[in-house]
Each structure stands twice: as structure tokens, then as C-alpha cells.
Design a protein around this ligand. Structure first.
Ligand SMILES: Cc1ncc(COP(=O)(O)OP(=O)(O)O)c(N)n1
Ligand SMILES: Cc1nc(C(=O)O)sc1CCOP(=O)(O)O
Length: 742
């Protein structure tokens, strides 16, 4: 049954939230909120006229009181024509004739509840993972509660905090289903618009938000509900329309750059820097030299006044202290509320657990128009937990240009903002367009503060040019990097020391030229091209490829097996290579663990590769075969094209064997990687591989399968995949050395 989920009120009977008030009175007050605003503007995200659903959730009272309270609540909700759902208790719902129930993963199953409840009863299911969401959709639930959005004191024993990024992944996974969706956990007036905006996947958005304390504990529940209605109806002030790439995008953008720079000089924007003390002076001088007005203030409360100048805020966490994060959050809120740009420079993001936590808190706590960082920092923000960073230096690169472009594009797409991944080539993306900039000079890498100043400059341009953030940041980088080239070319510049004053002079010279309407400094100087994002090319096999529908299956590579399995580290290194290739090629990946509680998770070496939309399932099982009911549901229907499953894992003669036989039986093709499977007794491998080959599987090697997937050196991922093969050639040799013998 379709249900309007837009403003979903969940009750709570604990004294801390109810504060001695009568629950029915609080709920009735909330239901009155919104009655007044039903004729508001039609340009809206969602259209609640007020609270649209009430869920009675009572963790304290016994059954008798729950039935009595639910009955009273039902009188109230019926008056407002709003459905009443009962949390956890199908019996209470049946006793009072409620419109439906909300069930958690540990409550009565959907199927059981469906049997007991009337035909048209509404059934909602709590979910916190793709698998749970897909199952609820396949079962036929009316809606899912997706959580936990943010950590909340209302419920501290939640399974996992998934934020807007995790919610987006779930929404994307069920994009083809009409099931309703509502987010829950820590949602309040200051984050509700961001939750709705940033969670949105290209094809599915949240249908609403579920709120407990922000309404039930509010002094005035009616006013609180009204405020939610108004917020939900409108996009956040920082929302921007997307800019799909046009033909000759880079050229079209470059034509506009001189005008954007002239305008920035004219606007003379204020840039509020919450920046590290090492570079503060240099960055302030850079901002002054381009014609902006810098203020350095680490004091969060000051932002309420400073944001009124409609400049930009820069958060640079280079010298983090115990007070920094709370100050940043106050400032971000002030600028977000006003819709003024915020730039995040997560300096040294992966260097310490304090910084990693700061990244998590800041990403959950506000919206950044631009995230700017080196490869390690951007990977940390993306969520790669195994990023190794020493200090705040950029560290060695592990990604090639195309992978950097993809990372910038995917992060920008996920956060619905702009990302600048800096390096010898900078990659700039707004989630649609990816622009590579090759200007600049090596001296920039020899002077502290030159990287941080890019954040400040970007803020100035974002503030002066609001309609296209990517163009604004591109203009800033070009002004900055061309000035660096001009400075380094001066004959009196002998090294980084003499470079600094020349650089500040050259920034000033461009600013003066721009102020005089002279754009000649820019003619033919930009080294910019559009980088083809990998998604446009990924996983599209060339005609030469025989492996047309690849999927990677990773079977039970868990910690507890580390010491028992023959040559375990070599199997892990092959799997890591395959996971990296799967990410580049966006090959769907299916992972299982055997009895995770006892045998541990998939090994830590692989965890950093288990993020992203191509990871289709990560399922715990007791079956030996990976074809569990959950995975079976995700496989193509029997009448569609079969998969080319590439399988790695353990043990060859048990789980790998049974998975292969199950897949073959269902008509799929199976490629078993000889350098990617093992058993406790090495002899079992040979026996199993011979049997599986007889059954119709292809026994091959990781390198062979990768090139078979590409099929043609003209494949646009060829460079990336062959680079990976080259990089891992020693470990490949090691694995083949032991595994090919048996
Ligand atoms: C809308 C909505 N989503 C999720 C929940 C959580 O339900 P559950 O997992 O059953 O946990 P408890 O509420 O029982 O603590 C919910 N109640 N509503
Ligand atoms: C009831 C509930 N379920 C959650 C989940 O994550 O499944 S979080 C939650 C409590 C939400 O309360 P508040 O709006 O006060 O943060």
C-alpha cells in the first residue's frame, strides 16, 4: 500500500524525551504542525502537509499499557487521517487495528507478519545494508527505514552509522524497486535538508525522514513539525543543478576563465580561513595579492557574524587541536545555513586516528562545496581505511591518472559537490565533468603553504562565482598555477626562496591585468583537458573480449584461515590485484565469509577494496557454496545473459568447488584462478581443479583472465589494467611459482 513517508514521526516513551508529558498530547501537537502550511509553494523536494505517519515505539511499557496507549494514539491519528504503525509488535497492531507495523531485522519476519496482518496492512522493515534493503524490496515490504544516518543518543545500540554516503549506496542498489524509503537517526532541523540532498542517488531519492527526539522532545512539537515541513519542502541553499558535460567542455570552460577572474577581482571577496598556523601568513598574503580580503579566525562562534559578509569559509585541518573540530562545525553550520561556500582541505587526513576521526565527524557534520586534497587525503575522505600517510606530505602515489580522475569524479558525485585532487596534474570534478590541469611548477612543491593557499584561492572564486563551482575553482587554479610558471621563469629566481616573492608579485600582476580588462596573460597558457571518466568506458568489453559479463566471486578469505591455508598470503595478493582491477573496470564483486562471528571478517588487506557501488554483496553464510539465497537473488534471471564468474578464495575442494558446481548448474561460465585458490592440504587443490575442469569450468590465471576481459589494447582501461599487472608482477610470479605446480 503506498504511504506518504515524508515526515515520519516515531514516538518514544522514555522520560528523558517525553519529559513528563502525555504521549498522545505530544503526538497531537505534532500532528497540528503543518496544517497551516498546506498551500505552500509547489517547488519542493517532498510535499508533507505535516506529520504523514506516526509509529508507536515503546521500549519501556508492558503489553497491557502498550495496547491501551496504542488505542488512544489511534484515536488521535485517525482524526488527522494519518496511519499509525506499531514498532516490533504485530500482536499490538492486530489488537487495536493499526494500519501497520514496523519490524527490525531481529523481529518477526516480513513473511510471518504478512500472514498474520490484514491484506492491506503497511509493513516497514529496518535496514542498514544493501543486502537487507534488497531483501525487503524482494519480499514486498511497503517501505524500509534506512539507518543509522547519524549517531544519536535516542538509540545507542544501532548496528552501523552509514551517513548520507551509505544511504546513497543503499538507494542506488534498490533503484529499480518502487519500495518506499525513509532515513532515521540523528536527523534534526539543521541537517534534514542536507540528508535529503546528499543521500540522493541518480535514480532514487529518500521518500522521507523519520524523527524521534527533534519532535517528541521539542518544547513545542507543533512548531518543530512545522519547521520540518518547511525545510523538507525546499532544497538546501547550497544545492546546485548539475552540469552534464557538453561537447568540447574544456574549451568552453577556458573561454570563460578570464571573465571569471576579472569578476573575482572586482568582487573583492572575503575569505574566512580556519587554517593551520604554519602557513597562515603566507596564505593571507596570497589572498591579498589576488585581490581578496582574508581573515584568519579559528574561533567558531565568530562565524555567525563573518558569514554575513557572504564570503567563503576554508577549513584546513593542518594543525588540529582538541578544540578544532567543534569550532569548525559551528562555522560550517553558519556558512551552510546562509548558503555561502565552504572549502575543506583535509590536511594529513590519513596520518593519525585523530585526523581520521576528524574527517568522519566533519563529513557527517556539514556540507562542503569543495573538498581539496592530495591523493592520500582524498582517498581517506572517500573511505579507504587502509590509506598509509606519513605526516602531512602527499606520499607516494598508487593511482594512475585515470584512477585519480575516477576517484575525484566519484567522490564529487557521492557528496554532490566539487572535488579537486591535487598533484603534478590536478583533477577537478563536479561528479559529471572531470578536468585535468597540468599547469604549475615544481617549486610549488618546495614551499610550505602553496598547497594550502589553493584552498583559500578556491574559496575566493567560489564566493565570487556561484553558478558553476567547477568553473570557479578551475579559474582559481589557473590564475595560481600560471602565476607560478611566470615567477619560476624570472631570471632572478634561483630556487624556492627567491620563488616566493616572485610568485606573490606575479599573482598581483595577473590581478592588476584582470582589473584593467587585460586578458593577454592567459592567451594559450592553460594546459587543460577533459579527462574521460572511467564509468563511461568501464566494464564495456570490446568485441574482442570473450568474457562479456564478468563478475568476481571472493570466497571466504578470512583471518582465521591465515595460518592453516597453504600459501595464504599469495592467494591474498592475487585477490587484491583482482579487486583493484574490478574497481577500475567496475566489475561486480560478490564476497562471502563462512561463519563470520567465529572465523572473522574478510582479511584487513582486502578491506580497503570493498567499497563502492560495484561491491554487490558481502554475505555471511553457513552453506559451503557461495550461492546462498541472498546471492542467488542478485544473479541474472535464468533467461538473461549468463555471468562469466571469476572465482578466488578457499578452500578449493570445498566452498570453491561447490560454488563452481552451483554456478555451472545455473548456466553461468566459471573461471577459477589457479593463483587465487587454495586449501589446507595443497594436494586437495589439484584434485579439485581437475574435477572442476571436467565439470566445465575454465582453470586459468589472474593475468590471463584480466587480458581476456580487456580483449583489445584499444580498450580504454587497458593502460590502467596493464599498469596494475606491471606493478604486481613480482607477487604474481611468486603466486604462480607455488600454485602452478599443484
Ligand atoms: C522508520 C524506522 N526505521 C527504523 C527503525 C528501527 O527499528 P528496529 O530496528 O526495530 O529497532 P527499534 O526501533 O526496535 O529499536 C524504526 N523504529 N523506525
Ligand atoms: C528508533 C531508531 N532506529 C534507528 C536505526 O538506526 O534503526 S535510530 C533510532 C532513533 C532515532 O532517534 P532520533 O531521531 O532522536 O535521533
Amino acid at each position: 500500500m503506498p504511504v506518504d513517508l515524508s515526515l515520519y514521526l516515531v514516538t518514544d516513551s522514555t522520560p528523558a524525551i517525553l519529559k513528563g508529558r502525555d504521549l498522545c498530547t505530544v503526538v497531537e501537537s505534532a500532528l497540528q504542525g503543518g496544517e497551516c502550511c498546506s498551500s505552500l509553494l509547489p517547488i519542493i523536494q517532498l510535499t508533507p502537509a505535516g506529520v504523514t505517519v506516526v509509529q508507536y515505539r515503546d521500549k519501556t511499557n508492558d503489553t497491557g499499557v502498550q495496547v491501551e496507549t496504542a488505542r488512544k494514539l489511534h484515536q488521535v491519528t485517525k482524526k488527522y487521517k494519518v496511519p499509525l504503525l506499531i514498532n516490533d509488535r504485530v500482536d499490538v497492531a492486530l489488537a487495536i487495528g493499526a494500519e501497520g507495523v514496523h519490524l527490525g531485522q531481529d523481529d518477526m519476519s516480513f513473511m510471518e507478519a504478512k500472514k498474520l496482518l490484514p491484506e492491506n496492512a503497511i509493513i516497514g522493515i529496518s535496514t542498514s545494508s544493501v543486502e537487507e534493503a534488497r531483501k525487503a524490496a524482494a519480499d514486498g515490504a511497503d517501505y524500509i527505514g534506512i539507518g543509522t544516518m547519524f549517531a544519536t543518543p535516542t538509540k545507542t545500540n544501532t548496528k552501523s552509522v552509514i551517513g548520507t554516503a551509505g544511504t546513497q549506496v543503499i538507494l542506488d542498489a534498490i533503484k529499480d524497486s518502487a519500495i518506499g524509503t525513509v532515513s532515521i537517526g540523528g536527523i534534526n532541523h539543521s541537517n534534514v535538508q542536507r540528508v535529503l540532498y546528499q543521500s540522493q542517488s541518480p535514480k532514487k531519492a529518500l521518500d522521507g525522514v523519520a524523527i524521534v527526539s527533534a519532535i517528541v522532545a521539542a518544547d513545542d512539537p507543533k512548531a518543530s513539525a512545522e519547521q520540518f515541513v518547511n525545510l523538507i519542502r525546499n532544497p538546501p541553499r547550497f544545492a546546485q543543478a548539475s552540469n552534464p558535460p557538453r561537447a568540447n567542455e574544456a574549451e568552453a570552460l577556458l573561454n570563460k576563465v578570464p571573465q571569471i577572474i576579472r569578476n573575482m577581482v572586482k568582487v573583492h571577496p572575503l575569505v574566512h580561513n580556519m587554517i593551520n598556523f604554519v602557513v597562515s601568513n603566507f596564505v593571507a598574503n596570497v589572498a591579498l595579492s589576488i585581490g581578496a580580503s582574508p581573515i584568519m579566525s579559528p574561533y567558531g562562534d565568530e562565524a555567525t557574524d563573518l558569514c554575513k559578509f557572504d564570503g567563503a569559509l576554508l577549513i584546513n585541518m593542518g594543525t588540529l587541536t582538541s578544540e578544532s573540530v567543534s569550532n569548525y562545525l559551528k562555522a560550517i553550520k553558519a556558512y551552510n545555513d546562509r548558503g555561502n561556500p565552504v572549502v575543506y582541505d583535509p590536511v594529513g587526513a590519513a596520518a593519525t586516528h585523530i585526523r581520521r576521526n576528524a574527517v568522519t565527524q566533519l563529513m557527517a557534520g556539514g556540507y562542503f562545496d569543495l573538498i581539496k586534497g592530495n591523493e592520500g587525503e582524498i582517498r581517506q575522505v572517500w573511505g579507504s581505511s587502509a590509506v598509509q600517510q606519513r605526516g602531512v606530505d602527499s606520499g607516494p602515489s598508487t593511482l594512475d591518472g585515470n584512477q585519480k580522475a575516477t576517484l575525484a569524479r566519484d567522490l564529487a558525485r557521492r557528496e554532490r559537490n566539487v572535488v579537486l585532487l591535487t598533484g603534478a596534474t590536478d583533477y577537478l570534478s563536479d561528479g559529471e565533468r572531470v578536468i585535468a590541469v597540468e599547469n604549475g611548477h615544481p617549486y610549488l612543491g618546495q614551499v610550505t603553504g602553496t598547497g594550502c593557499a589553493v584552498g583559500t584561492i578556491s574559496g575566493c572564486f567560489l564566493s565570487a562565482h556561484r553558478s558553476d563551482r567547477l568553473l570557479a575553482v578551475l579559474s582559481g587554479i589557473l590564475m595560481y598555477e600560471i602565476a607560478a610558471e611566470n615567477a619560476a621563469a624570472k631570471e632572478y629566481v634561483r630556487g624556492p626562496g627567491s620563488f616566493v616573492p616572485a610568485f606573490v608579485d606575479e599573482l598581483y600582476a595577473i590581478r592588476t591585468a584582470a582589473a584593467n580588462g587585460d586578458d593577454s596573460w592567459f592567451d594559450g597558457r592553460a594546459k587543460v583537458h577533459e579527462e574521460l571518466p572511467i564509468a563511461a568506458i568501464m566494464a564495456l568489453p570490446t568485441r574482442a573480449s570473450r568474457i562479456r559479463n564478468p563478475a568476481l566471486f571472493i570466497c571466504d578469505i578470512q583471518d582465521k584461515f591465515r595460518n592453516g591455508i597453504y600459501e595464504f598470503p599469495k592467494l591474498v595478493s592475487t585477490t587484491e590485484k583482482m579487486l583493484r582491477a574490478a574497481s577500475t573496470l567496475q566489475i561486480p564483486v560478490f564476497i562471502t565469509t563462512q561463519n563470520r562471528a567465529k572465523l572473522g571478517k574478510t582479511v584487513p588487506e582486502l578491506q580497503q577494496h570493498l567499497n563502492g557501488p560495484h561491491i554487490r554483496a558481502d554475505v555471511d553464510k553457513t552453506l559451503f557454496s557461495m550461492i546462498t539465497p541472498e546471492i542467488e537473488k542478485l544473479l541474472p534471471a535464468p533467461d538473461s545473459a549468463p555471468l562469466d564468474v571469476v572465482i578466488v578464495g578457499i578452500e578449493t575442494h570445498i566452498c570453491v568447488t561447490q560454488t563452481t558446481l552451483d554456478l555451472l548448474e545455473r548456466g553461468h561460465r566459471v573461471y577459477i584462478l589457479v593463483d587465487g585458490v587454495s586449501s589446507i592440504n595443497p594436494e586437495e587443490r589439484g584434485i579439485a581443479l581437475a574435477r572442476l575442469r571436467d565439470a566445465g569450468a575454465v582453470v586459468t590465471s589472474s593475468e590471463s583472465v584480466l587480458f581476456e576481459i580487456l580483449g583489445d589494447a584499444a580498450h580504454e582501461a587497458f593502460r590502467a589494467v596493464s599498469g596494475l599487472v606491471k606493478e604486481t608482477k613480482e607477487t604474481t610470479k611468486g603466486a604462480l611459482g607455488v600454485f602452478s605446480k599443484i
